[in-house]
Design a protein around this ligand. Structure first.
Ligand SMILES: Nc1ncnc2c1ncn2[C@@H]1O[C@H](COP(=O)(O)OP(=O)(O)O)[C@@H](O)[C@H]1O
Ligand SMILES: [Mg+2]
Length: 300
């Protein structure tokens, strides 16, 4: 059952049931001969005509796109075109920014995540986030992972032990840290810290993981480890990744959305979604000239 309302909410938010989705997965990335999906996997989330404002400033205008089940969806585009803004809107992270407001509709299994009575904390349990710069808590590796489950009321040590091991294994970090779980998370390397943050995100068993440029502070080896990990995670999770690295989007994602900023008559820049399609199509035969110009490096 997916219930996004808090237990105290009195409004009649629909309780929806997660049914097992049969999805046909396209193979991620261009390296895989770029097979297109025969049937598009079912969307877990849907954005319809989404605009995001900071005060009076409409940072992003009119974005519609699906986020498909157990697929990796990349968001690419030049700096300032609104990728992070849209990503944060997907789990109500913009709620934490004073003056930020979302218009249009963002649904999760058909349920509007901005509807009255929806609890943003519940939204973020289902839709987790990993940030650009790894941000472990100044706590032990163990306590970093156990933090979310404990908040959710899990107290038994044996149960937490299992969760911690599963999350660290799922984030391809267990073998490197299993003998030093009491060490501070801050003592790990940058790449390990980012995998710790991924482990922390998956410890509460979200369905969707949002990643905002998760590799931009990492060296190429740490980056390729995270990319490999993303492939594995896509077996169990739906991933949305913002990246300014087009090669990364081409390597790891099944679907790509290309954003750019357009200047309106009043001279104000608004982020716009130019094109959304299979990654293979975006990088080999995009429908829009602007996409082509961007991916071939003529613009951006
Ligand atoms: N907290 C904020 N307050 C006001 N404006 C913001 C805020 N965050 C982002 N913006 C503006 O929104 C636009 C999109 O920014 P952002 O989503 O960070 O772009 P990207 O991630 O594509 O680089 C930019 O014009 C940026 O200055
Ligand atoms: Mg950004």
């Amino acid at each position: 059952m997916t219930n996004l309302s808090s237990s105290s909410a009195t409004t009649d938010v629909k309780v929806i049931t997660m049914t097992d989705k049969t999805s046909v997965r396209p193979t991620a990335g261009l390296g895989s001969a770029g097979k297109s999906p025969a049937i598009a996997a079912e969307p877990v989330m849907d954005l319809t005509d989404v605009s995001v404002f900071y005060g009076d400033f409409e940072a992003v205008r009119g974005v519609s796109l699906p986020i498909r089940h157990n697929q990796i969806t990349a968001m690419i585009g030049p700096s300032g075109c609104g990728k992070s803004t849209v990503l944060r809107a997907l789990n109500r992270m913009n709620d934490l920014v004073a003056g930020a407001r979302v218009a249009g509709s963002i649904t999760y299994h058909g349920q509007d995540i901005y509807a009255p009575g929806v609890d943003p904390i519940q939204v973020r349990r289902h839709i987790g986030m990993v940030f650009q710069k790894a941000n472990p808590f100044p706590k032990s590796i163990y306590d970093n992972i156990a933090y979310g489950p404990r908040l959710n009321g899990i107290k038994r040590r044996a149960e937490l032990d299992v969760i911690v091991e599963e999350a660290l294994t799922g984030a391809a970090l267990w073998d490197e840290v299993k003998d030093k779980l009491k060490t501070s998370g801050l003592a790990l390397s940058g790449g390990q810290q980012q995998r710790l943050c991924i482990a922390r995100a998956i410890a509460v068993k979200p369905e969707v993981i949002l990643m905002d440029e998760p590799c931009s502070a990492l060296d190429p080896i740490a980056t390729s480890k995270i990319e490999e990990l993303m492939f594995q995670l896509a077996e169990d999770y739906t991933i949305v990744i913002v990246t300014h690295n087009m090669q990364q989007a081409a390597r790891v994602s099944h679907y790509t959305s290309f954003f750019t900023a357009e200047v309106d008559d009043a001279g104000v820049r608004h982020g716009r979604l130019v094109e959304f399609d299979d990654t293979q199509k975006i990088f080999t035969n995009p429908a829009e000239q602007r996409t082509e110009d961007y991916i071939t490096g003529r613009f951006g």
